[in-house]
Design a protein around this ligand. Structure first.
Ligand SMILES: *Cc1c(COP(=O)(O)O)cnc(C)c1O
Length: 425
């Protein structure tokens, strides 16, 4: 028995499902998860000393690669000053200035410890600002696990909230309206009837939690226009896309200015960090300035800020994004070529250094298409790639992430592995 297998058995006695976050359990793809002991550059090493080329990157944060020497050195220095003070530190202002510089729509920022906290707090702030209760989200978008956001409509337009998770009160879920991602007509129809009751629209500007689905032309523009007309707050959830699809996130790539932005993942450089920010008039409603309460014992933690700020400095290097995007393109084009050669129905999406692939005909733009892909084939592909030393997300409904540490040779090795696996499907 491998060491990963025995560690998983032991974990299951004390951790529900053996994990601290559900996707890690491999429930969808079969088999058992690989336990990791260390990482460097684009690689993970498991407890059985097998090395993998990693396309999860801790689910996005590791954009400069694992264990980047500059990030690690800065964290070492910070550690010697103390782990947490519960009092203001200079680095929190340095971090906020850096984020405001990179994303001009953000005039003020509040740090938190996860993406979930960022979106939950942004929703509360939008409700406090507008003094309205209803929020709009899109099916297949994930905004963390707070009650108001764990709601997904059944099929059909304008479905009023049905809880997606046990434990979410229906009385709370009824304030969440779920629409189809990329369906402009549905958004316009809802706002024509209920615009004056809507506090906020929250959207992944590039959907990355149903595989990767980019916005169709006009979709984000329509959200901006309807929010302007109705006074609703437009929240771009850039926890995944921030610093990933462009330095300035999807708002830069698609040139739309949201009212509020939520951040996570890359902003912590691998440490637990989230943030939300935006218009000064809205952010000024947060305690202690205003009446919307939000707080955090470890918010702005100096070690986490250090890892995050070191990462944000590295990604501002000239040429960082063109190189990263070129390697991501090399990967998706290589995978498509090999799938075509093997006669497999397969299509890919790319947004900057994020990618998605689907076992279905091109092109995937809607949640219903994602739900109709060949997931059995995905599972076989996933397991074949893992056995060949390629670490992909263990679910057909997640995005992949390329880092600046991935070399052309790493991508070539990945495509070569994929050739054999596609031919075996
Ligand atoms: C990951 C993610 C979240 C949740 O962040 P956590 O740090 O896991 O709480 C929220 N929104 C989006 C778009 C995400 O990708």
């Amino acid at each position: 028995m491998s060491r990963s297998t025995s560690l998983f058995e032991a974990a299951k006695h004390v951790l529900p499902g053996g994990v601290n976050s559900p996707v890690r359990a491999f429930a969808r793809v079969g088999g058992h998860p690989v336990f990791i002991k260390q990482s460097h550059g684009p690689y993970l090493v498991d407890v059985d000393d097998r090395q993998y080329i990693d396309y999860i990157g801790s689910w996005g944060p590791m954009i400069v690669g694992h264990c980047h020497p500059q990030v690690i050195a800065r964290v070492h220095q910070a550690l010697d000053q103390g782990l947490s003070f519960g009092a203001p530190t200079e680095i929190e202002t340095l971090m906020a200035n850096k984020v405001c510089e990179i994303m001009p729509s953000i005039e003020m920022l509040r740090m938190v410890s996860s993406g979930t906290e960022a979106t939950m707090s942004a929703i509360r702030l939008a409700r406090g600002f507008t003094r309205r209760d209803k929020i709009v989200k899109f099916e297949g978008c994930y905004h963390g696990h707070s009650d108001s956001l764990l709601v997904k409509a059944g099929s059909g337009a304008l479905t009023m909230g049905e809880p997606d998770s046990l434990g979410v009160p229906a009385s709370l879920a009824q304030h969440t309206i779920t629409l189809e991602y990329n369906n402009i007509a549905e958004v316009e129809a809802l706002f024509a009837v209920s615009g004056s009751q809507i506090a906020a629209v929250i959207v992944e500007p590039v959907a990355g939690n149903m595989g990767l689905v980019p916005p169709v032309p006009g979709f984000l523009e329509a959200l901006r226009a309807e929010c302007d007309k109705s006074g609703a707050v437009l929240i771009f959830d850039e926890v995944m896309t921030g610093f990933r699809v462009a330095l300035g996130g999807a708002q830069e790539a698609y040139n739309i200015r949201p009212d509020l932005t939520t951040l996570g993942k890359i902003i912590g450089g691998g440490m637990p960090v989230g943030a939300f920010g935006g218009r000064r008039d809205i952010m000024s409603l947060l305690a202690p300035l205003g009446g919307v309460y939000q707080a955090g014992t470890l918010s702005g933690n100096p070690i986490a800020m250090t890892a995050g700020l070191a990462t944000l400095e590295l990604i501002q290097a000239p040429g960082f994004y063109p190189d990263l995007f070129a390697r991501t393109t090399q990967l998706v084009q290589g995978l498509q070529t090999e799938a075509d050669a093997a006669g497999i129905e397969f299509t890919t999406n790319q947004a900057g250094a994020m990618f998605g692939f689907f076992f279905t005909a091109p092109e995937v733009r809607y949640f219903s298409q994602v739900m109709n892909t060949d997931t059995a084939r995905f599972n076989a592909f996933f397991n074949g790639m893992l056995a060949a030393g390629i670490n992909l997300a263990p679910s057909p409904f997640e995005s992949g992430f390329v880092s600046a540490a991935h070399t052309e040779a790493d991508i070539d090795a990945t495509i070569t592995a994929a050739r054999t696996v596609f031919q075996s499907l």
